[in-house]
Design a protein around this ligand. Structure first.
Ligand code: SAH
Length: 190
């Protein structure tokens, strides 16, 4: 297939927005794959702030990050992403250039711990306020799981109503695939 698949496209968007030395956010650590990717993008002078509410995710991400020798530039926080503005130091406000959310639940973990529309939207609002112009937030929306459709609809509504003067919003989705595969909403701050 020539069309870019969802997860590679998410990475392309972040590569466009993030450069060495930048401050970025992994809003849902999960197993830490995206954190490793972001940590490599920001280089040794940058910082990745990683959030997850589950100890299991913090542990798995920590292992993966240290195996890659990237611990020096990653700050792992066992806090909800709805605390982003509080947890990211004020000196970095206005300097965040990229953020990613992988929504839903962590495969192989407690399926009761899922991202929720209110906290996801609160985190997006905070990130938009502390990002640099042209910073990009990538939302990977998993809507096949329990509660996923509700979160999808809330995010489509919220993102669709973001003022065009403050943000560009993109939806990237294969629309004829079975089993509700994930899709992307990307928000670029203006
Ligand atoms: N569905 C994706 C993986 C999503 S992982 C896939 O299949 O690849 C989502 C992660 O978000 C989980 O590790 C979960 O613990 C975390 N999470 C849930 N609520 C959160 C919150 N408020 N803040 C930060 N992380 C949260």
């Amino acid at each position: 297939m020539k069309l870019e698949r969802i997860l590679p496209f998410a990475k392309k968007l972040l590569e466009k927005a993030v450069k060495p030395g930048d401050i970025v956010v992994d809003a849902t650590l999960g197993n830490g794959h995206d954190t490793v990717f972001l940590a490599e993008l920001v280089g040794e002078k940058g910082k990745v702030y990683g959030f997850d509410v589950q100890a299991q995710a913090i542990h798995a991400a920590n292992e993966r990050i240290s195996q890659h020798g990237l611990s020096d530039r990653v700050i792992l926080l066992q806090n909800g992403h709805e605390e982003a503005a509080l947890r990211i130091p004020a000196e970095y406000h206005g300097k965040v250039t990229g953020a990613i959310f992988n929504l839903g639940y962590l495969p192989g973990s407690d399926k009761m711990v899922v991202t929720r529309p209110e906290t996801t939207i609160s985190a997006i609002e905070q990130l938009l306020s502390i990002m640099a112009p042209e910073g990009i937030i990538v939302l990977v929306i998993y809507h096949g799981n329990h509660g996923g459709a509700i979160e999808r609809d809330a995010l489509l509504q919220y993102c669709g109503e973001l003022d065009q003067k403050t943000a560009h919003v993109l939806q990237y989705q294969f629309i004829n695939q079975q089993n509700n595969p994930p899709f992307i909403l990307a928000i670029e701050k203006r």
